[in-house]
Design a protein around this ligand. Structure first.
Ligand code: FAD
Length: 476
């Protein structure tokens, strides 16, 4: 055992041991290592469920290397200063956050520690390309996805993933920390997350297994099947990526490796990588516009005439709008902590354009209920749907939920799974039972009794949304 003073290894939204520069730095430092996690008190409810299980997994993985994960809560600066005073640590390693709000306090913390004589090792973390690193030929930031992603594809590829360390030596005196259970991250009364466990395996091992299964079964036809919520054909890696249980670099290289073994996968691989590209683009935008989660990127949209309607908002949140595809999505979210991307777009469009509610209300609900909540992807996606973001869908393009449902859930299998009260309706009626209420009743679904009548009429709501947009344009 080394007699050097310890190094703190601060785990944040990078809860893995492999392809982790901070872990590699600590493991090769020749110092005893104090693995630390500080609770992010701002995390939404579903993400807290995930965090509990992810930390339990990391705890086991660190124990297998002969060390112990120390859990503490409180402001990071104070916790770290306290731990240094307590243990005599003289170095700290952590990955910088790609969230600019956090990155600013990271820099201040690093400065203060260095002034106090502590060695601070920080590394890039969480993205394929550092935000701001990809620029146009004239050094400007991209505002449009396609040229951004083309420039990413032309840049040197992300580094080959680092292996997990073989050992992480512990300090000779054990360091005290909180018990994970004392953080009470899991809901109890009621246990609204009981549907999560069958869907997910949080932690690094679960992330690896998910990636392997996706590559084996779904990567090849990803491009053709990714928009179908009934097929479960996407990777479902989003919560693993959001918690850093797998790095985007590991995903990138695994996809390329699969392509090298089977060139028939090329269309699927390109399409899949470009979705990872949207994650990159979201952080690229957030780095330039740190207010993106709160303010529209197109300033004129700050005056958009939204409504305040708590009854409609509650109906949307609970999956009781009377539009089956929207309700299926919102109930999938509640039951599993996740929602298919196509349905996220339809449900978000419904909130913004059919109900005329502020997109920030939807963003806040997703932040609380998604296990994959990610500050950049959530904000960029809501602004994309609301037409107020960079490279966004124009506001006047309004999803028709019934047509979307017919196209992407043709036999209604997804709706039947999450809105079981409609399961006995025939395929042609399940997307819009209100189109023929008598027939729906003959199949045992009485609108207003067994399932809500639509809370708005889509065609009228569409006209209202377009009028709101026109009023905004007149003001300018
Ligand atoms: P795959 O299709 O397998 O894609 C692979 C990975 O690429 C995903 O895991 C994800 O990391 C990334 N990705 C895919 N699509 C997008 C996208 N449109 N934008 C950014 N990254 C993408 N994604 C989040 O990770 N967190 C969020 O909080 C989030 N909020 C969203 C809110 C709205 C209104 C919408 C429309 C989309 C949101 N997304 C968010 C993007 C997308 O819906 C999810 O990333 C995707 O559904 C995750 O499923 P998957 O892992 O199977 O994706």
């Amino acid at each position: 055992m080394t007699d050097r003073r310890p190094m703190i290894l601060w785990f944040r939204r990078d809860l893995r041991l492999s392809d982790q520069q901070a872990v590699a730095s600590a493991a090769s430092s020749g110092r005893p290592v104090i693995p630390l996690h500080i609770l992010d008190e701002t995390m939404g409810g579903a993400a807290r469920w995930w965090l509990h299980h992810s930390l339990a997994g990391l705890h086991r993985d660190i124990a297998a290397l002969g060390n112990r994960l120390v859990l503490r809560r409180g402001p990071a600066t104070e916790v770290i200063a306290g731990l240094i005073a307590e243990t005599g640590a003289e170095a700290i390693a952590f990955n910088r956050s790609p969230d600019p709000a956090v990155a600013a306090s990271d820099e201040a913390l690093a400065r203060r520690l260095r002034q106090a004589g502590i060695e601070v090792i920080t590394s890039d973390g969480g993205l394929l390309f550092e935000p701001g690193g990809i620029r146009t030929g004239t050094g400007q930031r991209f505002r449009v996805f396609t040229p951004f992603w083309r420039a990413c594809r032309a840049a040197p590829p992300p580094a080959w993933p680092l292996p997990a360390p073989e050992a992480l030596p512990a300090p000779s005196t054990p360091v005290a920390g909180d018990k994970l259970d004392d953080w009470c991250l899991l809901p109890t009364a009621p246990d609204w997350a009981r549907g999560f466990a069958p869907c997910w395996q949080p932690g690094e091992a679960g992330a690896r297994a998910r990636l392997a299964a996706f590559i084996r079964h779904d990567l090849r036809d990803y491009g053709a099947r990714r928009d179908r919520p009934d097929l479960q054909a996407t990777s479902r890696l989003s919560p693993h990526l959001a918690f850093g249980e797998i790095s985007p670099g590991q995903v990138w290289h695994a996809a390329h490796h699969a392509l090298a073994r089977d060139p028939a996968r090329s269309t699927g691989v390109e399409r899949f990588l470009s979705e990872l590209g949207w994650r990159e683009f979201s952080y690229h935008l957030l780095a330039a516009e740190p207010e993106m989660p709160r303010r529209p990127l197109r300033p004129e949209f700050a005056r958009f005439p939204t409504l305040r309607d708590d009854t409609a908002l509650r109906a949307w949140q609970r999956g009781l709008t009377g539009y089956p595809i929207v309700d299926a999505g919102m109930r999938e979210l509640w039951q599993t902590g996740w929602m298919h991307n196509r349905v996220r777009m339809v449900a978000a469009s419904f909130l913004i354009k059919d109900l005329l509610l502020p997109w920030t209300e939807g963003l806040a609900w997703f932040a609380d209920t998604l296990v994959d909540h990610d500050v950049a992807s959530n904000a960029a996606s809501w602004q994309w749907v609301a037409g107020c973001g960079a490279d966004a869908a124009p506001f006047f393009r309004i999803f028709n939920p019934t047509l979307q449902s017919r196209k992407f859930d043709p036999a209604g299998a997804y709706i039947r799974r999450f809105v079981p009260e409609l399961a006995r309706l025939p395929d042609e009626l399940i997307h819009a039972p209100a189109a023929d209420p008598d027939r729906a009743a003959r199949h045992g679904v009485v609108l207003g009794r067994d399932y809500p009548a639509p809370i708005v009429d889509h065609d009228a709501a569409r006209q209202r949304a377009l009028a709101a947009l026109a009023s905004l344009k007149q003001e300018n």
